[in-house]
Design a protein around this ligand. Structure first.
Ligand SMILES: *Cc1c(COP(=O)(O)O)cnc(C)c1O
Length: 376
């Protein structure tokens, strides 16, 4: 094989695409002499909130912390349950336990891989016995596409339960023309290097229209300080540093174009799969997908992945083991009435193609040719 391997993810390419501007931003941050919670972080928070369309954004150390900070800021913790899905990054569930609450794991709709809104309504109206009261639901907009949010928001509102959005994979995706992250009480974004908006290290940001909530969270992220050296409340340490904030300000300017390029690549994959045995990912109506991942499913996954690998094409699995079947959670975390059956099935069959804006036309064509070859 003479052609080089095309990796499934490639955060280094995102750096190289904006190298000059990023290097200059890093130099500026380093030369400022101020490294934690300063001008770069404040500017990033302002620019991110303006881009998203919320009044406030608060930076923090990573996406897991962003979710946990939202829960803490809302007073959700011990003696309360938070409903979410098992088909997600383990971080979603870890954040609920970090806040001290009990995670209740619900099943997914097998076509879109996002929470089944009927099961959410069922547990809110008729909570499983023995669980603390359900106070919030975390909607995970997985792979870059909106959950079935309308019925979820309706069920939450009808039962006095807050809806929080996990936007770690959906920066820029929309529903009814409105950006995800503006529907719930608050939204959490990961800025991990491979995410649609990625730092070159760890980072997270949360967004809300609730000023008081944002102020409380801004205090909690730094020891509960409102005034230096005086903790007004119990806090943690979860800050976004100035170097990452400066890098993110550059990366934010390329996010919309990067998402458009991801959609273009997805359309090319769709065309290559048309008429073959593998179904292209389902798109929700009146929503814009930002393809954090382009996910296919097949009972013959390992064979297909091996054939793609032989053609120099990397693939990934998001995620091979659902949270409720991982050793740290199995037989311990409560499940909804569906028992996460569709989740367990999906975990056996899903696999993800290479997806990042820096894929070249030649690489996309190589991948498309390999996809057409799978039909034979
Ligand atoms: C990446 C991710 C997170 C966690 O983000 P970190 O920055 O790695 O802590 C949370 N939820 C989902 C759905 C993710 O994909």
């Amino acid at each position: 094989m003479t052609e080089s391997m095309i990796p499934q993810a490639n955060p280094g390419a995102g750096y190289l695409a904006q190298k000059e501007a990023i290097d200059a931003a890093v130099q500026r941050a380093l030369g400022s002499g101020w490294y934690i919670l300063g001008k770069e972080g404040e500017a990033f928070e302002r620019e991110f909130a303006a881009w998203l369309g919320t009044t406030r954004a608060v930076g923090c150390a990573n996406g897991t912390d962003a979710l946990a900070l939202v829960l803490r800021g809302m007073g959700i913790g011990e003696g309360m349950t938070v409903a979410t899905v098992s088909h997600t990054a383990v971080a979603t569930v870890a954040a609920i336990e970090m806040a001290g609450a009990v995670p209740l794991l619900l099943d997914i709709d097998p076509d879109t891989y996002t929470m089944d809104p009927d099961e959410l309504r069922a547990v809110l109206e008729d909570p499983p016995p023995g669980l603390p009261p359900i106070r919030a639901a975390i909607a995970v907009h997985l792979y870059g596409q909106a959950c079935d949010l309308d019925p979820m928001l309706e069920a939450c509102a009808a039962n006095g339960v807050a809806l929080i959005e996990d936007c770690a994979q959906s920066h820029g995706a929309t529903l009814h023309g409105r950006k995800l992250g503006t529907f719930g009480t608050a939204a959490a974004f990961s800025l991990y290097p491979t995410k649609n908006l990625g730092a070159l290290g760890d980072g997270g940001v949360l967004a809300t229209d609730d000023f008081e909530l944002a102020d409380r969270i801004a205090a909690i992220r730094q020891y509960g300080w409102k005034e230096r050296y005086v903790s007004a409340m119990v806090g943690v340490n979860s800050r976004l540093d100035e170097v990452q904030a400066a890098i993110l300000r550059v990366k934010l300017t390329a996010l919309d174009a990067g998402n458009a390029r991801r959609r273009e690549i997805a359309a090319a994959y769709d065309a290559a799969l048309a008429g073959g045995p593998l179904a292209a990912p389902e798109r929700r109506v009146d929503a814009e997908h930002v393809f954090h991942q382009y996910v296919l499913r097949s009972p013959h996954r390992s064979d297909l992945m091996a054939r793609l690998r032989a053609e120099g094409i990397g693939t990934g699995i998001h995620y091979p083991v659902p949270v409720h079947l991982q050793p740290a959670y199995e037989d311990r975390v409560p499940l909804g009435p569906a028992g996460c059956a569709e989740t367990a099935r999906a975990a056996q069959e899903v696999f993800s193609l290479p997806m990042y804006p820096e894929l070249t036309e030649a690489q996309v064509e190589r991948i498309c040719a390999a996809l057409r070859g799978l039909a034979g």
